[in-house]
Design a protein around this ligand. Structure first.
Ligand code: TMO
Length: 319
């Protein structure tokens, strides 16, 4: 048996030998931490990055795919534990409702400034004078016509779960467009590549930070700017007095983290890491570029991103 002082000495030397103060007490529970995954590249890569970091601290991690609107209620209920990329343009309504009504925790805002909006490649700007103003775009609607939308123009819209009702915006603003949603993000880029190779007009949903900036020049369309919740909730606001959604998405949107309220008490060291995570635009764009331009798998991209960001990750861990 050890004497009291020997035990103390042993305990002290063990403490000194531990490299990471932040992970000294983890894992507080072997129950899995369930990380939400959505259907766009940066979210998939960065959620995998965070999962690997938590695994490295000794936690058991599971990933659960979720719809980007329904996820917030699931997080509030503790069925899933956190989300690393909640975007204002497409998720503000569902996010804020889950905080206000269901007790979901707003786990902080990243430095990244985001935008999700109709977007045209640069060569379209020459074919349609007056861009990026939405009224100028609308005057050119006919150059975006396809058989499916004739005589109106086609807006290549996002997968349905990215929240915005673009058909409603088109109606509220009286635009000569039909919104045709894609099933998955990859279809957006396939449509863009196909159009760009022939310099055919296209207007599609895009966002920033994203990998696209590195591959195609272009610009977002400027719609009337929303003012708080008024455009989404008050029909009398904006140029259409009878309808909501007569505006665009915010031009400088937030990017937030969302968490289950029980996370802090059950996994305190993991919570500190999640609180500390703060992505900027370049870090998010890099994550998507590794997959969508360099052709890596999500797993490979996560490993590469971790290797490229060692100092940052050490900071998350309080090292
Ligand atoms: C939800 N997203 C960032 C793809 O627009």
């Amino acid at each position: 048996m050890f004497s009291k002082s020997m035990k103390l000495g042993l305990a002290l030397s063990m403490c000194l030998a531990l490299p990471a103060v932040a992970s000294a007490a983890a894992p507080e529970s072997d129950d899995p931490i369930i990380i939400v995954q959505n259907n766009w590249t940066s979210q998939l890569v960065l959620s995998t990055v965070v999962g690997k970091v938590l695994e490295g601290m000794g936690y058991t991690v599971e990933f659960a795919p979720s719809d980007s609107q329904l996820q917030f209620k699931a997080i509030a209920d503790g069925d899933m534990h956190f989300q690393i990329e909640a975007w204002e343009g497409s998720m503000k309504g569902a996010f804020e409702k889950a905080v206000a009504e269901d007790g979901m925790v707003d786990a902080g805002t990243h430095d990244a400034v985001t935008r999700e909006e109709w977007w045209v490649p640069q060569y379209v700007v020459d074919k349609c004078p007056g861009l990026p103003d939405w009224k100028a775009l609308n005057k050119c609607a006919s150059i975006f016509t396809v058989a499916e939308t004739a005589p109106k123009g086609r807006f290549v819209g996002p997968p349905a779960d990215w929240g915005k009702n673009y058909a409603e915006r088109v109606k509220a603003l009286g635009m000569d467009f039909v919104a045709i949603n894609v099933g998955q993000a990859a279809t957006l880029w396939a449509e863009l590549d196909a159009a760009a190779s022939k310099e055919e007009p296209i207007v599609l949903f895009n966002w920033t930070p994203n990998f696209i900036e590195a591959k195609h020049k272009g610009m977002f369309i400027d719609f009337p700017e929303p003012e708080g919740d008024k455009c989404a909730k008050d029909p009398s606001w904006g140029m259409n007095p009878d309808m909501v959604n007569d505006c665009g998405a915010p031009r400088s949107g937030w990017l937030k983290k969302a968490a289950w309220k029980g996370l802090e008490a059950k996994y305190p060291e993991a919570w500190k890491v999640i609180k500390a995570i703060n992505f900027d635009n370049a870090q998010i764009a890099a994550a998507s570029l590794l997959v969508d331009v360099d052709g890596m798998s999500t797993e490979e991209a996560a490993e590469k991103w971790i290797a490229d960001n060692q100092a940052l990750i050490a900071k998350w861990k309080g090292m």
